[in-house]
Structures are given as C-alpha cells and as structure tokens.
Design a protein around this ligand. Structure first.
Ligand SMILES: [Zn+2]
Ligand SMILES: [Zn+2]
Length: 238
C-alpha cells in the first residue's frame, strides 16, 4: 500500500497546514481510501488526484478537525462524480453532525467490526475520546496500517495495533500536558504503544501547532527510537 499525508495537524491547522487526512492506496491503484478529511485536507488531496478517483472514505469520529472537509467534498462530488456513489463510513453520533454528512452512499461506521472497500479489509475498534471515535486498521497487499484516530489509552489499543507495518498515532499532547482523562495520547505514550505492539514504524500525527514537532519526536523516541513525524504531503510505502 501507499500512504499519503494530506493533513497532520489537530485540533486546528498549522500555518499553511491541514488537519487529519490520510490517503491509502492499494499497490494495484484500484482501491483508494481516505481516512478522515479534516480542515484543508481536501485541497491537498486534489494535488494528487481528482475526487472521482476515490473509492471510499472512513471517518474516525465527528470532531471538525477530522471531518469538516467532507462538507465541500459533497460539492466536489457533484461536479466530478465517481461512476458509482462514493461510500462514506462515518459514526452516527452526534446526530446533528451526522445528518450534515449524509450522501447517497453514507454508511454507519461499526463501533467494533470489519468491512471491505475494494481490495482492503478494514477493521474498527472503539477508543476513548469525548465522542465515539474509532481506531482503523487496513490490511491489504500483505501489509497493515493502523490509524489510532483520536484517543487516550484504551484497553484494546495495543492488541489492535499489534505488528502493524505503520502505526499512525495521535500525538496530540506533550508529556507535560498529558492527563489520565485527556482526549489524546502523549507522544511518549505513542512511543510506548509502538514498542508494546511491536510495530515496524511509528508516525506521529495530530500535531498541535503549539508544540515543536522536535519535542514530540524526542518524547516518542525515548521509547521507540525510530519514531518519525508524519510529514505533510509525504508518501510512505506500507
Ligand atoms: Zn482531533
Ligand atoms: Zn477528536
């Protein structure tokens, strides 16, 4: 698979940046799935491909920094429609926001469960966040990618990430600001997670513009020396 970082900020974009958005493509190029489409990530998607080329969208949760670009995405799809309606998987809560995102082929993201989009097998697991939020795992082409979505520690998180080739993890907090009841992991906890789950790579994402990425990287590397920052517009081989 190939992973392209369309947005790596949260909960608001860095200058010239974009919030959570990730394009995952199968080796054949026949399956192209977007994980989250936060502020600014639609514009970045269009640097790489037109919207009609997308096979499906999976939204981890309905906080604005993960789904706000789905609203103009519906306009884009009217002008550049795919041959079959684009499948969009999103949680149903909160209902007021879920209603706004409804398209011709919107489906409910299962809290815990699996489904397929094209060649990709996709699993979800409910995490710990103020809104229902799922971690998402994609298995395809003999490789696996796990995206934590937004979450603090959760009992099933390590198992869900086990042996992933790439772990894309919510490093929304530095160690100094982390609390047990916070909505995000710290960069240090991302490092511990990658170590405990024996993942091949760790990409830190959901970077809060108030922190220096270098600080987050150092905190994660104390536990997982190969930790990297998920770099905006970078393409990673999974
Ligand atoms: Zn977020
Ligand atoms: Zn969130």
């Amino acid at each position: 698979m190939r992973l392209t970082i369309l947005g790596n900020s949260g909960p608001y974009p860095a200058p010239g940046g974009a919030c959570s958005g990730y394009l995952v493509e199968s080796d054949s190029g026949n399956t192209r799935v977007i994980l989250d489409l936060g502020t600014g990530s639609l514009s970045n998607l269009l640097r790489f491909m037109p919207v009609h080329a997308i096979t499906g969208i999976v939204v981890s949760h309905l906080h604005f920094d993960h789904m706000s670009d789905l609203l103009p995405m519906h306009y884009a799809l009217q002008f550049d429609p795919p041959s079959t309606p684009l499948r969009i998987y999103a949680p149903q809560q909160p209902e007021s926001l879920s209603k706004l995102l409804k398209g011709p082929a919107t489906e409910v993201l299962p809290n815990d469960g699996c489904f397929n989009i094209g060649e990709m097998s996709i699993s979800c697991a409910l995490m710990r966040h103020p809104l229902p939020s799922s971690a998402i795992r994609i298995d395809c082409d003999g490789a696996s990618l796990v995206y934590t979505g937004d979450t603090n520690t959760a009992p099933n998180l390590t198992t869900f990430c086990q042996n992933a080739d790439i772990l894309l993890a919510d490093a929304g907090l530095s160690e100094a600001d982390y609390r047990e009841d916070a909505p995000h992991l710290s960069a240090a906890l991302c490092g511990q997670l990658a170590k405990n789950a024996v993942t091949k790579r760790l990409l830190l994402t959901h970077l809060n513009p108030k922190y220096s990425p270098e600080t987050l990287l150092q905190e994660a590397r104390a536990f997982f020396p190969n930790a990297e920052i998920a770099k905006l517009l970078e393409i990673y081989s999974v």
